[in-house]
Design a protein around this ligand. Structure first.
Ligand SMILES: Nc1ncnc2c1ncn2[C@@H]1O[C@H](COP(=O)(O)OP(=O)(O)OP(=O)(O)O)[C@@H](O)[C@H]1O
Ligand SMILES: [Mg+2]
Length: 363
């Protein structure tokens, strides 16, 4: 059976004067999934979410929720609720009354209200705190009140606009995991906006990567990480090293890239011709450090360099290496009991297999 689709955007464009904030975007959000929209500040994330919620009307294209076309349906008649970055809790009302507010407006009878509010407070981990005022809660707890206030209305889709933005780093880390668990538990479709790639990777079933109003790639976190389709996605999702060069030879299963101070082998891209310029991305964990005088011929690419810095992080360390010619790359060093960590100033060879790189034309 085909997967049911809760939200679909079809060629949606939104302009503000001369600026095209959202440029011909199409995607589908499967029912019950955690779907993130990831991109840098100003790329059009909030505007996209607002076209789903109905706070903005697209200039072109269509928005469908639960299979129904939503164009010109006002926000309060759409089966969605939006959690804004600014929480806007009522400070003088109790947590219980904050959460019950929407139900009261909808004239849900008092006994049912009580039951639903108590159930949702338990779901978000705020059981027993209903009598407090928002000011008597931590930042993370207030955030959960804001989410509870939306969830209690049983929306088909919950829209969350950078809801963790105001929290400090440690709390964000906790809330990431809690939000993911909450979504799994209640089964409501979440569309979640963030500019933080690690947040998107940890929480989402699928991620849509945006830049400058355009949707570049939609996929599972693992797919975006291992198989980026665009240089922006390669650079933005996870850590990556970009060694750029000019194609000097086409050899069937690989090419030669002239980087300036050295030459490397790289995978073939259909647009490659001799003389064309290309990005060549290699993940830090796909590179290894070898001694400078190694007799090894594997991995294929071996470039001399000097250790600039070693960033220790428990089980792994990141070595910053300056390659011949001056470019810096990051190499992930997994600790094994017998091998000491590299030290600053040490001469090394940075080595990797060409097939582990991703090439894209340089604009
Ligand atoms: N009402 C508006 N009138 C004019 N321009 C707008 C309006 N709303 C948004 N924009 C512009 O549209 C672009 C996209 O804005 P949007 O708020 O969607 O970005 P965003 O990806 O959510 O960014 P951030 O991560 O900073 O919240 C920006 O250049 C912004 O200045
Ligand atoms: Mg925004």
């Amino acid at each position: 059976m085909a997967q049911e689709i809760d939200v679909e955007l079809v060629h949606v464009t939104k302009r503000f004067g001369d600026l095209t904030a959202v440029n011909d975007i199409s995607f589908q959000v499967p029912r019950g999934s955690f779907f993130s929209i990831l991109g840098p500040s100003g790329c059009g994330k909030t505007t996209t979410l607002k076209t789903i919620a109905g706070f903005e009307e697209p200039d072109e294209g269509d928005v469908y929720i639960g299979g129904e076309r939503m164009n010109n349906v006002p926000p309060n008649h759409r089966p969605v609720n939006m959690v804004f970055q600014q929480l806007a809790l009522f400070p003088l009302m109790t947590v219980f009354d904050n959460v019950a507010f929407g139900l009261k407006m909808a004239r849900v009878p008092k006994s049912e209200r009580k039951e639903r509010v108590e159930r949702v407070l338990e779901q978000v981990g705020l059981k027993g705190l209903g009598d407090r005022k928002p000011g008597q809660l931590s930042g993370g707890q207030q955030q959960r009140v804001a989410i509870a206030r939306c969830l209690v209305l049983n929306p088909t889709v919950l829209l969350l606009d950078e809801p963790l933005g105001a929290l400090d780093l440690k709390l964000r880390e906790q809330m990431k995991i809690q939000l993911k668990q909450l979504q799994h538990q209640v089964g409501t479709t979440f569309i979640y906006i963030t500019h933080d790639q690690s947040e998107a990777l940890v929480m989402s079933d699928r991620v849509a990567v945006m830049n400058a109003g355009r949707l570049l790639q939609v996929g599972a976190p693992d797919e975006l990480y291992t198989n980026p389709q665009d240089p922006f996605v390669a650079a933005f999702v996870g850590e990556n090293n970009d060694i750029q060069g000019t194609v000097t030879g086409l050899h069937g299963d690989h090419v030669t890239l002239d980087v300036g101070p050295f030459q490397i082998a790289a995978p073939v891209h259909p647009q490659m011709t001799v003389g064309s310029r290309f990005h060549n991305f290699i993940r830090p964990e796909k590179m290894v450090l070898l001694p400078p005088d190694t007799g090894r011929t594997e991995p294929t690419n071996q470039v001399p360099g000097l250790i600039q810095d070693v960033i220790f992080d428990g089980a792994v360390a990141r070595a910053i290496v300056e390659l011949t010619g001056g470019q810096q790359v990051m190499v992930l060093v997994t600790r094994t009991s017998d091998a000491p960590l590299p030290v600053r100033g040490e001469a090394v060879r940075v080595a990797w297999e060409p097939r582990d790189a991703h090439c894209f034309p340089l604009e």
